[in-house]
Ligand binder design. Structure first.
Ligand code: FEO
Length: 395
């Protein structure tokens, strides 16, 4: 990829990672990008870097615009290594006058790179620096999603460089939202929110309100992953508002894992009952559905119905993985139900129930358990459970 001028004399100089398929547990099945931006002004400023494995893309792109040694300021909006992996090499080449970061950013950089001697300048919300014709205003966004995160706002360009927020893991040759399929773009943005930001939803709500109160004029949001928002600004801001309020649809998921298809038979019967109620529903077999794709569906689903067979006095491993992952992301205000087949002890249902209780789900009791293989009568009860869940979703 070559640099792309996103505003006059302000260039995207990041990297497209076509091959990454796993981002610490998130299935990036269409790759990702690490976005970095270079502002050419009286002071030359680089906003963020890229993952270490993509170092040559960043350096190549910078060199197409200027020499790294000409960079005066490096602005580190976030220290996670997909954005700072190339920082030590860049600092060596550029020898910048200053590295701007939040207080927690400085601490995290010292802990990552063990360099107390770098020219850090700590900034906080409201601090502004001048590059020449343009200025940069900083907005701390603590815990979105690390303590060090911040935004950089350039009023003269009406540009918000938003670090991880508003990102998507999607490798494309296009750089702007209006150059790609909108439905696919929003699917990737939703997946990103569900898997990275969902647990910080109360903070996202606060941030959206404070950005509104600050009255920032914005016509472009440039995240550190994926496409840059310019035509779909209103839509993505509305989506973040909806997602962070944990608004759900009349939608139910049947999420299950099975040993000898008995739990699967139950899952399909529950699905039939849900479908009778005319709500949107999905059947998600954990053998074939990645945990991060399940989370994308969880984002707007009102009811989550979990089923597992019992193995070694517990739930199946993929279900334990799913529940552990989902609990960490804290979906709120959901309705839950539990089912499963077992042979002689049947602890899986009790364990799933306990997880849902801890996650403050409104649980439909009792769990529906079947010994070994469901009878016609058992499956009729499953259909009935589906109907009851469907009615509750519509309440
Ligand atoms: Fe894209 Fe939190 O790093």
């Amino acid at each position: 990829m070559a640099p792309v001028e996103i505003k006059e004399n302000l260039f995207w100089v990041g990297a497209v990672d076509w091959e990454i398929r796993d981002f610490h547990g998130y299935s990036t099945n269409k790759g990702s990008t690490y976005n970095a931006f270079l502002a050419m002004d009286e002071k030359v400023a680089l906003f963020d870097t890229v993952k270490k494995t993509c170092r040559s893309d960043l350096l190549h792109n910078i060199r197409k615009v200027t020499e790294p040694a000409k960079i005066d300021y490096v602005i580190v909006n976030h220290v996670e290594m997909d954005h700072t992996g190339t920082l030590p090499e860049l600092i060596e080449l550029a020898k910048p006058e200053k590295i701007f970061c939040s207080a927690m950013g400085k601490k995290a950089m010292v802990d990552h790179f063990h360099r107390e001697d770098w020219p850090y300048q700590v900034v906080k919300t409201g601090d502004t620096i001048r590059l020449g014709k343009r200025s940069v205003q900083f907005i701390e966004t603590k815990m979105l999603h690390w303590p060090d995160n911040m935004f950089s706002y350039i009023p003269e360009d009406r540009l918000l460089i938003s670090s991880d927020a508003f990102g998507q893991h999607w490798a494309t040759s296009e750089r702007f939202d209006d150059e790609v399929d909108e439905a696919e773009l929003f699917m990737h943005a939703a997946k990103y929110y569900a898997n990275i930001l969902l647990l910080y939803s109360p903070l996202v709500q606060k941030l959206l309100k404070s950005v509104q109160e600050m009255g920032l004029a914005i016509d472009m949001i440039a995240p550190d992953h994926g496409l840059i928002w310019r035509s779909g600004l209103k839509k993505i801001l509305e989506a973040y508002d909806r997602w962070s309020r944990q608004e759900t649809e009349q939608k139910a998921l049947v999420i299950y894992d099975t040993m000898w298809h008995s739990t699967e038979m139950m899952a399909k019967a529950i699905l039939a009952g849900l479908m009778e109620q005319g709500i949107s529903c999905r059947l998600l077999n954990l053998e074939s559905t990645h945990r991060s794709d399940v989370m994308t569906e969880v984002l707007d689903a009102k009811a989550l119905v979990f089923g597992s067979a019992t193995l070694n006095n517990g739930m199946l491993p993929r279900m334990a993985d799913m529940l552990n992952y989902m609990s960490g992301l804290r979906p709120a205000g959901r309705l839950g139900a539990v089912f499963g087949s077992y042979g002689w002890s049947g602890e899986a249902a009790k364990q799933i129930h306990a997880v849902l209780e801890e996650a403050k789900f409104r649980i439909m009791d009792p769990a529906l358990r079947v010994r070994y293989v469901p009878t016609h009568e058992d499956l009729r009860k499953c259909v009935e459970l589906g109907r009851e869940i469907g009615k509750a979703v519509k309440e």
